[in-house]
Design a protein around this ligand. Sequence first.
Ligand SMILES: Cc1ncc(COP(=O)(O)O)c(C=O)c1O
Length: 381
Amino acid sequence: MKQVYLDNAATTALRPEVIERMTEVLKDNFGNPSSTHSFGRSSKSLLEQCRKNVANHFNVSAAEIIFTSGGTEADNLALRSAVRDLGVTHIITSKIEHHAILHTIEQLQKEYELKLSYVNLDECGLVNYTHLEELIKSNDKTLVSLMHINNEIGNILNLELVGKLCKEHGALFHSDTVQSIGHYKLDLNAVPIDFLAASAHKFHGPKGVGFCFIRKESGLKPLIFGGEQERGYRAGTESIHNIAGLDEALKIAYSNLDEDKAYILELKQHFIQCLKAEIPTVRFNGGCEDKVNSTYTLVNVCLPIEASKAPMLQFQLDLKGIACSKGSACQSGSSQQSHVLSAILDNENLQKPSIRFSFSVFNTKEELDYVIQVLADFVNS
Ligand SMILES: Cc1ncc(COP(=O)(O)O)c(C=O)c1O
């Protein structure tokens, strides 16, 4: 059966070079990086080289990169410690953040006295920066946590502007950059962000590894206690083959960035144009059609289908070998409505099926044409 993978915001295929590098490390660098003998020293040196490489992409020092088990852990580390150790009493976020943020904040509210503010969004889900500034002006010790790229609708946050506002008003700034690291370059020397979270499996690296950028002298403390790994920030023997895989995937992502970006953007535009031609009443959720404020990697499509036909759509796509997603991967199996779409759509549009298609450099226009035909046949049947 023909198979088309268009769920790259959920996870990406490993690049062959990444598999090769990881296999080598699994064979040749099995020593524990904390051991002092030659096996351990060799793993330690590899680990520190990976850290330096990662740090160099963002123009920060190696000491500011802490490897974690992925994006969720990095988000938890930053949010939890900001409240527990840095005295944060007010968190400003948005209703369309990933659950790694929203559920962590919910839990923190149960444990600490915490004021929570949601920034206003426009009808496309873009942050209202004037309202954000009003919220930041409060006299509380504040942390702003806003994602760079939304994983469901692809909206882009103006990191520079938010960083500047936070700095001006003495607030800390954390950004969930899980959907942007490996897809956008960031100079953290120029952008005042205190903490960010990244995950390797979103840029053709392995699952179960990511990192947290923690700005020097921020005072952040560990989430996981135990040994002295990761300079005491994150106990537990480092997953050295995963870290090497992350390093390799990031290196390739950034060295091919301009070319890959242009290729994927063309796929996205082709998808939008052809879908509109086949299904003129199709709508795109969020700012998907906005060339400045939307990522090149995904579209969220609202199809003009009666509610009674909607449950068949995902089934039909799956039957035709098309992998896409109803919301974030963590919610795909759930019958609950996407919290992101609920925050921005009116009731009428919320009843129509919305599907996220997310692209990678491994996709082709022919694959997209096939998907468009399947969608058009379904809508017109
Ligand atoms: C925006 C965003 N934040 C956090 C995560 C969680 O990352 P991980 O799967 O590495 O824990 C994801 C993954 O779906 C994501 O898309």
